[in-house]
Design a protein around this ligand. Structure first.
Ligand code: ADP
Ligand code: MG
Ligand code: MG
Length: 217
């Protein structure tokens, strides 16, 4: 009963839309400091499209289909560096919900949720080739995935796996502040990129917090 189904994934998408919209200015200001200032707008455009397209059509019926829907919508609307990175993360996450050819899971347990997050991070790394410490969204995702797997291994519920991931992502995003960017647009600033949190790490923490909140009913 605590396993996470399509309704959870749909709540995640809508809570993500709300969170990104609420934090649009903050994300914009973070990206103004070390990038080109469009991250808030890019993310808000993407998740607004997710919400609008979900209203237009019959809702996807499995977690995998919801994540795939989010992925393709973000890929076609977010743009910039973040669009393909988040698109790949959600696409890999969608694939990780499928245990085998022609099979799908209608609900995810704790270990499966950790696997979905691991797949998301692997997608981001495959796309962007960033390692931890380069002041990117990887610095939110890597600790989140570690915390999720540790919680799952300890027998946590899916909601608690996601709560552990969200908390680690928030700490990870905070920890990007002193880092010097060596990937993405912020790397053009060199040492002057230190002293500001990375916008993509902050938006990643928002998305993972939304996933956790969606699991609490
Ligand atoms: P752009 O930089 O093209 O304007 P956004 O502002 O939407 O795109 O997104 C910037 C964010 O993308 C950064 O804050 C960082 O977290 C993330 N990012 C950029 N390059 C990479 C990369 N190679 N790997 C992982 N994340 C990256
Ligand atoms: Mg930008
Ligand atoms: Mg840009």
């Amino acid at each position: 009963p605590t396993d996470l189904d399509a309704a959870w994934a749909l709540r995640w998408a809508l809570l993500a839309q709300e969170a990104v919209s609420r934090h649009r200015i903050e994300l914009m200001e973070l990206d103004q400091a070390i990038g080109d200032g469009d991250h808030g707008e890019n993310m808000d455009r993407g998740f607004t499209a997710v919400g609008a397209r979900l209203e237009e059509s019959a809702p996807p019926a499995t977690p995998s289909e919801v994540l795939r829907f989010v992925a393709t919508t973000l890929m076609s609307t977010v743009g910039g560096a973040a669009g393909p990175l988040y698109g790949t993360a959600f696409l890999r996450g969608a694939a990780a919900c499928l245990p085998g050819e022609g099979q799908t899971r209608h609900a995810l347990g704790g270990a499966e949720v950790a696997t979905v997050l691991e797949a998301g991070l692997a997608g981001i790394v495959a796309r962007g080739k960033a390692a931890p410490g380069e002041k990117t969204m990887v610095d939110a995702w890597a600790p989140a995935v570690r915390a999720a797997r540790a919680a799952a291994d300890a027998g946590a519920t899916p909601a608690d796996v996601l709560a552990a991931a969200a908390e680690a992502a928030e700490t990870g995003a905070q920890d990007t502040e002193p880092m010097i960017a060596t990937k993405g647009r912020a790397s053009y600033l060199g040492p002057r990129s230190a002293g500001h949190r990375d916008p993509g790490a902050v938006s990643s923490a928002l998305l993972l917090r939304a996933a956790a909140d969606a699991a609490v009913r």
